[in-house]
Design a protein around this ligand. Structure first.
Ligand code: ATP
Length: 619
């Protein structure tokens, strides 16, 4: 009721504006009565603060209308959020409640409140402005309505008819736009998995389809957007054109006075057109926003119906354990079983997980190997343990005169390096930061290609980099990722071997879901180590792969790989203890590079002595 009363005040000002102008001209200025003219103008001016006061009070009345709606929405959202949390707790997920849901929904509640308030304001403003204009025109010259009303009604009807399809197109556009954002977000998050699975092409095609959908939706929206412009032209501009066209006749037949013409023009240009413009604009923007947000707020929370939980991947339906790209085989046309990622069949696996750096996750075929590569899926055949430093041909890893530089013309990181690692040997690699230890690891794994010289591998190589990668899926899927046939018993065994048994147990066993974000870096490293332990690789390169573990855990993990049957182990070490455990240590030091057992290096390598002293001081 308050809203109505204050709006009438606003309508009164609209009415008075044109009416006073008309009388100022007709009864004042055109008759030479300046005082009367000015009096009418003063009346019109006095109506402005009164109307403004009414408008100010209208805001309060709109708030009184909108705030209870907001409160109801908040109640609904909070109830929904609590219900979801209770459901999640009942499912025994043990995860913290997703507070982002509540925050998101309250944000949407604010959007709903603002949009609703805006719509009420413009609808009300248009209705009362139109009433003021119509009343003013009747008061000035009823014939004006004949000119103004038909296009106004036609334009508004056109817009009303177009409103629903327009809103639908806008919703479609928003949905398509969101789908693109979701798809791209998921792609960005899973880039390393996608690269690891060789699923770039199908995923790019998927994204292209989403983008094409968004493009179509945007075109449809733009096409329907034309109706808004058309409606505005018919309802707002056409009356003006008609009035001006008819004015000579209306004036000459005394159906209209000059003052009434001026008043009518003022009504059209100063009151009706602005009100119409903001009505059309607000309805198409805030109106659509309100519909979308209300639909979201009132629909059941994600997971309520399906029970898939709030951590279901974007796009839904697929289940948290199987990211979209994992459904695609690599370029070979291999199609893995549902939820099972493609497993390298060449018998060579990169062990860091499905998505270390693009290079680290690369699956390699042995090149020029000595024929020791293990058949896929089979544990590698045992090698005899070496008695210490080995040299000569036929090593598990052999580098001859290897030179490597990052980029043409760049100073080589490694120059003419010779190294033979015997089958079953345990080699540590040490050296100052930036000397090329990881580069050597990359060359051994085949992720980097030597510029000169030869690298030979006597079997499949798994490289575990420092940044261990764990993907959303089960513990078993993570640990068994690089092995074709995995059983829970194998997962338990691998985990126990590398010291991850307690972690797997704490996570809930091989079938438990892993939330990578909830794991520490050390825990991620443990899972990556267990994964590599199960991989069918004869050569394992640990590149700072245990740096987040404590010394005891690191020792146990290294020992596990050293004792793993048929395994040649290369540990790029960050602690002297790793070098002490190794059969030999390679000290990378440019021209002074040396390789030998600990005692020998202490005597022969000043750098090793320095490093050992520094490590001892730190530890
Ligand atoms: N992708 C790359 N492009 C260009 N230069 C690189 C690249 N990767 C490494 N380098 C450079 O090559 C040199 C050797 O790097 P590398 O990572 O092999 O050293 P590192 O001994 O493993 O060092 P750290 O112990 O710090 O890990 C460094 O100077 C490094 O800056």
């Amino acid at each position: 009721m308050g809203l109505l009363g204050w709006s009438v005040l606003e309508a009164g000002q609209t009415f008075l504006f044109g009416y006073a102008l008309a009388h100022a001209l007709d009864q004042g200025f055109l008759r030479g009565r300046q005082g009367t003219g000015l009096w009418w103008l003063a009346l019109a001016a006095a109506a402005v603060p009164v109307g403004a006061y009414g408008t100010a009070r209208v805001f309060g009345a709109v708030a009184a209308l909108v705030e209870p709606v907001r409160d109801r929405l908040v109640r609904h959202v909070v109830r929904g959020g609590l219900a979801t949390a209770v459901r999640a707790a009942a499912r025994g997920g043990g995860r913290p409640a997703d507070s982002a849901v509540v925050s998101r929904l309250t944000h949407q509640v604010e959007i709903a409140r603002d949009s609703l308030g805006g719509i009420v304001m413009v609808l009300r403003s248009f209705a009362f402005t139109a009433a003021g204009v119509v009343a003013g025109m009747i008061a000035l010259a009823p014939v004006l309505l004949l000119v103004v009303l038909p296009p106004l009604v036609a334009g508004t009807a056109l817009f009303t008819l177009a409103l629903r399809p327009l809103a639908r197109r806008q919703r479609d556009f928003l949905a398509a736009d969101e789908a693109v954002a979701e798809e791209c977000g998921a792609l960005a998050g899973g880039l390393r998995d996608i690269t690891a699975c060789g699923a770039q092409r199908p995923m790019a095609e998927r994204a292209d389809r989403r983008i094409a959908d968004a493009q179509r939706a945007s075109r449809a929206l733009a096409t329907w957007g034309v109706t808004r412009t058309l409606a505005l032209a018919v309802a707002g501009q056409l009356p003006l054109v008609l009035l001006l066209t008819a004015s000579p006749w209306l004036l000459s037949t005394h159906r209209l006075t000059p003052g009434a013409l001026l008043g009518a023009l003022a009504y059209l240009t100063q009151s009706l057109q602005p009100a119409l413009q903001s009505l059309l604009h607000t309805l198409t923007t805030s109106g659509t926003r309100l519909t979308v947000v209300l639909t979201r707020l009132t629909s059941p929370p994600p997971g309520a119906a399906t029970g898939s939980g709030s951590d279901a991947p974007a796009g839904g339906g697929r289940g948290a354990s199987a990211p979209a790209w994992r459904a695609f085989g690599g370029g070979s046309g291999e199609s893995p079983a549902a939820g099972k990622a493609p497993v390298p069949r060449a018998g060579v696996a990169a062990g860091g997980g499905p998505g270390e750096s693009a290079a680290a996750a690369k699956v390699l075929a042995p090149r020029g190997g000595s024929g020791e590569s293990s058949p896929a899926g089979e544990p590698p055949a045992p090698h005899p343990r070496p008695g210490g430093a080995k040299s000569g041909a036929g090593g598990a890893v052999e580098l001859r005169g290897v030179t490597f530089a990052y980029g043409v013309g760049a100073e080589p990181v490694l120059r003419g390096l010779d190294l033979v690692v015997a089958p079953g040997e345990h080699l540590a690699v040490v050296g100052p930061s930036g000397v090329g230890k990881s580069t050597l690891g990359g060359l051994v794994a085949g992720l980097l290609v030597a510029d000169a010289g030869v690298v030979r591998r006597g079997g499949a190589v798994a490289l575990v980099p420092q940044e261990a990668y764990v993907f959303r899926g089960t513990v078993g899927e993570n640990v068994g990722y690089l092995r074709e046939h995995t059983t829970p018993a194998l997962v338990w065994a691998a985990a126990a071997a590398v010291g991850a048994g307690g972690l797997v147990d704490a996570l809930g066993g091989p079938d438990a879901q892993v939330d990578p974000g909830a794991l520490s870096q050390g825990e991620r490293q443990l899972l990556a180590l267990a994964r590599t332990y199960l991989a069918p690789a004869a050569v394992v390169v640990l590149d700072e792969a245990t740096c987040h573990l404590d010394p005891a855990a690191e020792a146990s993990a290294e020992r596990a790989f050293a004792d793993r049957p048929a395994t040649t182990l290369i540990v790029i070490a960050h602690r002297i203890s790793s070098a002490r455990r190794a059969d030999r240590t390679l000290v990378l030091d440019g021209a002074d590079t040396m390789c030998g057992p600990h005692a020998e290096l202490l005597v022969g390598s000043p750098l090793y002595r320095d490093l050992a002293a520094a490590w001892t001081a730190v530890s």
